[in-house]
Design a protein around this ligand. Sequence first.
Ligand code: S3P
Length: 170
Amino acid sequence: MESRIFLIGFMGSGKTTQGSALARKLGYRFVDMDRLIEERAGMSIPEIFSEQGEEAFRKWECDLLMELCRIDCLVVSTGGGAPCHDDMIGIMNEHGCTIYLRLSPRALRERLVHSKTERPLLGDRTEDELLDFIEKLLAEREAYYLKARYTVDGTNLQTDRLVRLIREDL
Ligand code: S3P
C-alpha cells in the first residue's frame, strides 16, 4: 500500500473531513497543510495572505510539501491551490498516491456558503458572483487536479471508497 496519500481538490471539496477519516481507517498520521502552516506561522491563513501576501503563502506550502514527502504512513489534505504551483502535483505524484475529490461548481458553492472556514480568495461575493468565481478558477485548476492518479466524485463520498481505492492500488 502506498505510504503517502494526498487529497487534492477545490476549496470546500471535503479534503479535510475525508482526510482525517481516511487516516483513522488506515492507521496513518493525518496532516492538514493549512492548519500546520497556521500553527507554524503563528497566524491564520487570512492573516498570512494580508500580512505576507499570497506568494509567501505559496512558499509555505511548497516548503511544507517537501518536508511531508519524507514522512511515511501519512494522509495529507492539501490546500485548494497547492497542486497548481511549483509543480507540486508532480512532486505529490512522485511521492505518493494523489486523489482528486471532484465536485461541480454548484455543489462547491453550496458547501462554501455554509462553511465556517474563512478563505481569503473568496472575498465578499454574492452567491451569483461566487458561482462565477468558482467556475472560472476551477476551469483553470482542473488542468492540475486531473493529473491526480485517481479522480473520485466528491458528492456523497464514503471514506471506505477511498480505502478500497488505496488498498487495491498496485
Ligand atoms: C486556497 C485554499 C485554502 C487555503 C487558502 C488558499 C486556494 O484551502 O489553502 O485559503 O488557493 O484554493 P482549502 O482548500 O482547504 O479551503
